[in-house]
Design a protein around this ligand. Structure first.
Ligand SMILES: NC(=O)c1ccc[n+]([C@@H]2O[C@H](COP(=O)([O-])OP(=O)(O)OC[C@H]3O[C@@H](n4cnc5c(N)ncnc54)[C@H](OP(=O)(O)O)[C@@H]3O)[C@@H](O)[C@H]2O)c1
Length: 250
């Protein structure tokens, strides 16, 4: 439950080491007494990645998106603790290797299990818990890669297309419940996930994403592009006929 000044009191990050989620967390101005749960496949790595947040209790929990059962167990554990959740940042994700995925479908399956199946498995019971408490905010880290299928990354793109559609539908399902869903669609972000890759035009940084997401949470925006200029660009790209879209570099 938010405090008397409307400050967030209880935050859950799915993908507790995520650069983009942790950059968002730093921008949230959490007050002393707040609690942050970092959930990930390696709780020790989550603890090590946590930024200094004076007076804020940071706890870690084991959750692996490749094990859908661990999503329901995580939600049960958090609900049993009895403190309402104000904000969920659903940031777990892997880029995967497109070339490898075309040679070995198990690589593609792992991308889909992590980025789509595992998140759906945890977000459905979470949404139900937030609906029961009558308030809350869920931020889903999608990607512009999910807006059209590209030769270079269509397995990752498919996982994000599925997640994005799921989040849009979840938002519709939660209308009137007091729960808000924000879908974040970053373009290329220079950072851990894209290390070693050439930086394309219109890229951004984890810091820029964190600032944009924190502002979107305050406004209650349903969709946010980072940088914002990607919105009109992808609005146009979505309308391009396939033969022309295939000629667009990237
Ligand atoms: N960076 C970009 O260019 C970019 C652009 C658009 C969208 N996005 C999306 O934004 C989100 C955050 O990305 P980021 O840049 O913060 O990447 P990141 O720093 O690599 O964070 C990804 C997070 O996902 C977690 N994860 C991976 N597999 C998992 C699993 N099986 N179970 C639970 N957690 C798992 C990672 O945990 P470990 O520490 O255990 O690996 C890490 O916490 C992702 O969904 C990504 O697809 C990123």
């Amino acid at each position: 439950m938010k405090d008397a000044l409307g400050g967030l009191q209880h935050v859950l990050i799915l993908g507790g080491t995520s650069e983009l989620a942790l950059a968002t967390l730093r921008e949230l101005d959490l007050r002393p007494g707040a609690r942050v749960v970092l959930a990930g496949r390696d709780p020790e790595a989550c603890a090590a990645a946590a930024p200094p947040l004076p007076g804020v209790a940071v706890v870690t929990k084991r959750w692996d998106a490749r094990d859908p059962g661990s999503g329901a167990a995580l939600v049960d554990e958090i609900v049993a603790e009895g403190q309402d959740l104000d904000l969920v940042l659903a940031a777990a994700g892997i880029l995967g290797d497109q070339e490898q995925a075309e040679k070995d479908a198990t690589v593609a399956v792992e991308v889909l299990q992590t980025n789509l199946v595992g998140l759906v498995a945890v977000l459905l019971p979470l949404a139900s818990a937030l609906r029961d408490q009558g308030h809350g905010h869920v931020v889903v880290f999608s990607s512009v890669a999910g807006l059209r299928g590209r030769r270079s990354n269509y397995v990752y793109g498919a996982s994000k297309a599925g997640l994005d559609a799921f989040a849009e539908g979840l938002s519709a399902a939660l209308q009137g419940s007091g729960v808000t869903v924000t879908v974040v669609r970053p373009g290329f972000v220079t950072g851990r996930m894209t290390e070693g890759m050439p930086t394309p035009p219109m890229s951004s940084t984890p810091q820029a994403v964190g600032t944009a997401v924190a502002a979107a949470i305050r406004r209650g925006s349903e969709v946010v592009y980072v940088p914002p200029s990607l919105k009109p660009v992808f609005g146009a790209l979505r309308l391009l006929p396939r033969p022309l879209f295939r000629k667009v570099p990237g």
